[in-house]
Write a protein that binds this ligand. Sequence first.
Ligand code: MRU
Length: 360
Amino acid sequence: MLVDGKHFRTLWLKKGDDRIVQIIDQRWLPHKFVIEDLKTTDDVATAIKDMHVRGAGLIGAAAGYGMYIAALTGVPLDEAAGKLKATRPTAVNLAWACDRQLKAMDSSEDKIEIAKKTAKEIADEDAEFCRKIGENGLKIIEEISRKKNGEVVNILTHCNAGWLAFVDYGSATSPIYAVHDKGIKIHVWVDETRPRNQGARLTAWELGQHGVPHTVIPDNVGGHLMQHGQVDMVIVGTDRTTRTGDVANKIGTYLKALSAKDNGVPFYVALPSSTFDWTKRDGVKEIPIEERGGEEVKYIQGLSDGEIKTVLLTPEKSAAANFAFDVTPARLVTGLITERGICEASEKGILELYPEHSES
Ligand code: MRU
């Protein structure tokens, strides 16, 4: 997508030196645009664990390049895959990308070349699938716009499922960019998404870069807006969706889904097929939920006198718990928007689009 008019992906191989992976270091956004060089598999693992890069799609693409660097630098591939997979537990794209690379290199003489090719394929596919999600999701928003006689369609989103969470386009934001570019009037309610504020920092930044009208709101406001008819649809991303349609996403998504159900507001989840976990059925019981350090809750980062500073929010001695994701049961999901089309959040609906994954 465009940053100050120039096209960027979230990661790429350095021009003139394809042994180095370059990323947008998202820790400093929206106040500083920092490009970081990743030269070792450890660099990639740290970038994922400490969230220089984050979001399921991008974590997968970064892991794909992390395996390429492992082949390049002679790191044993199983060791590299183990190290990368151990960085964060919830986004299924991470293990999916590592396993895709292991399989590709297993049957190849020139492991470096096949790893480089596979990493590029994973990244290109991620971008293309997100572009297609945009085309498919556009129809839903257009339909609401038609019903509102072209009046502004108010869309609520949680966390950042934008191009910053993928290689390009985004999942939840892709239909939003598509309808905006088509001149359909929309406005986005952006949940700040405590404690790391991916909505307030990243979603607001990328919507602003694209000229999409938006308003940042505290996470607890969405239900009130729905009760007062100010939300026409909710669209979010996911880090892992089961074969039955249970959806793991940023903490707070489940509460938004409950409010949407209670107020008859359509609740859509956008995802590329790389985010389905075909081995899992009961999301609440089976999906591993990441717990991160309490310091992310107790301290908050922002711009002060031109500098990015971190300040203590809570009493020093207070304990803090930091569950990073929750699971929204399929019964609360209106539909899944994928690169192959839109389906019901159920095994039957999902297998209609992905029959190759039927267990029979
Ligand atoms: O902790 P993060 O920033 O990696 O969490 C990201 C999300 O929960 C996104 O909504 C999700 O990844 C879907 S978009 C890929």
